[in-house]
Design a binder for this molecule. Structure first.
Ligand SMILES: Nc1ncnc2c1ncn2[C@@H]1O[C@H](COP(=O)(O)OP(=O)(O)OP(=O)(O)O)[C@@H](O)[C@H]1O
Ligand SMILES: [Mg+2]
Length: 223
């Protein structure tokens, strides 16, 4: 098991978003988190990377636990996660290669090793030839692929993808999903938050649905 929510409740200033939700995610699993806009998908992801703390209940990720987590260990947790944000958050004044080097914690690694890791991650998303470009020279779909490369470069135990196909056309969306599925096939757990139900149908996996402050298993045929 890689992730567990046990009776987790959360509210923003008294406005309740999650009410005693519980679920588990297996090591190496591909899991969807669906639900309408505003249901709390991004909030769930923030609880996982501990940008937010549950009001009650416990979130566990690998050996990390929200109850006993100290602020100073949060960077250690984040280094084990690959986070694909709803907005890309690429550094616009750095090239693609520099953006990836930035998250590699490469101060002590040999230059050759850093280059190799960046090349491997970019190759996986088909963009090694664009490593010297700047983010604004890439299309939305290409930037999304860079964000995926950035998320996998530290060999995470879990990838959190927040609406990874948000503003992309159907063909590019399919490519992005294929990349995530390939990463999962290599053994990395992937959690995708989305309201794109067409994609969920094209790439079936277990589905959890957030609605009315609750989280429930959903059937693909009911989408
Ligand atoms: N920092 C905040 N302060 C107050 N309310 C917030 C904050 N962040 C989110 N909310 C509210 O909490 C609810 C859940 O937000 P969240 O971003 O988790 O939804 P979501 O399911 O990810 O939606 P979307 O599909 O649009 O991304 C929304 O009603 C939102 O307005
Ligand atoms: Mg969201």
């Amino acid at each position: 098991m890689i992730l567990s929510f046990e009776n987790v409740s959360f509210d923003y200033n008294g406005h309740s978003i999650l009410k005693e939700i519980s679920f588990l995610m297996d090591t190496g699993e591909f899991l969807y988190l669906i639900g309408p806009s505003g249901a709390g998908k991004t909030t769930v992801l923030k609880l996982i990377y501990m940008d937010l703390k549950p009001k009650t209940g416990v979130v566990s990720i690998g050996e990390f636990n929200s109850q006993f987590m100290k602020e100073k260990y949060i960077p250690m947790l984040r280094r084990k996660l690959g986070i694909i944000f709803q907005d890309f958050r690429l550094l616009s004044d750095r090239t693609i290669e520099e953006n990836l080097a930035f998250v590699l914690h490469s101060v002590n690694s040999p230059k050759k090793e850093v280059k190799r890791k960046i090349f491997n991650a970019l190759s996986l998303v088909g963009l090694s030839h664009r490593r010297n470009s700047y983010p604004n020279e890439l299309s939305g779909g290409e930037q999304q692929r860079v964000v995926i490369a950035r998320a996998i470069i530290n060999d995470p135990i879990l990838i959190l993808a927040d609406e990874p196909t948000g503003n992309l056309d159907p063909v590019t969306s399919k490519q992005i999903m294929e990349i995530l599925r390939d990463i999962n096939a290599r053994g990395t757990a992937v959690l995708v938050a989305t309201h794109n139900y067409d994609l969920v149908k094209k790439f079936p996996a277990r589905i959890l649905k957030l609605q009315n402050e609750k989280i429930l298993p959903a059937d693909i045929n009911e989408l």
